[in-house]
Design a protein around this ligand. Structure first.
Ligand SMILES: [Cu+2]
Length: 114
């Protein structure tokens, strides 16, 4: 009888620990953020690899406006003035190619890892 109670209690404890670990993991996944710096007509880093669930923030640090436009029109920012930012969250693994629609020579890539 005593043994049974102890087993029950340890199962209960293990369940709590697993739940806590899952919550902690989820919290971390939600908080994942990466930045692309726009400067000198360049997206930096030009190729950015992030885990799925990452929110990418583009920040324009140039003196002229830029646009962040996905190659297949999946997303497109407004014209970003100096200091403006654009945010996009990537949940599906794959490669996203984008460019600046004002300066099409400016290109960048986000690789979303599973
Ligand atoms: Cu531009």
């Amino acid at each position: 009888m005593k043994t049974d109670m102890r087993t029950l209690r340890s199962d209960w404890l293990r369940a709590i620990l697993i739940a806590a670990a899952l919550l902690a993991y989820d919290g971390r996944a939600n908080a994942t953020e990466a930045t692309v710096n726009i400067e000198n007509f360049t997206f930096g880093p030009q190729v950015l690899t992030v885990p799925a669930g990452t929110t990418v923030v583009w920040v324009n640090n140039d003196d002229i406006p830029h646009v962040v436009a996905e190659k297949n029109r999946k997303f497109r920012s407004q014209a970003l003035d100096t200091g403006d930012s654009f945010t996009q969250t990537f949940t599906i693994p794959g490669t996203i190619e984008y460019y600046c629609s004002i300066h099409p020579m400016m290109t960048g890539k986000i690789i979303v890892a599973p």
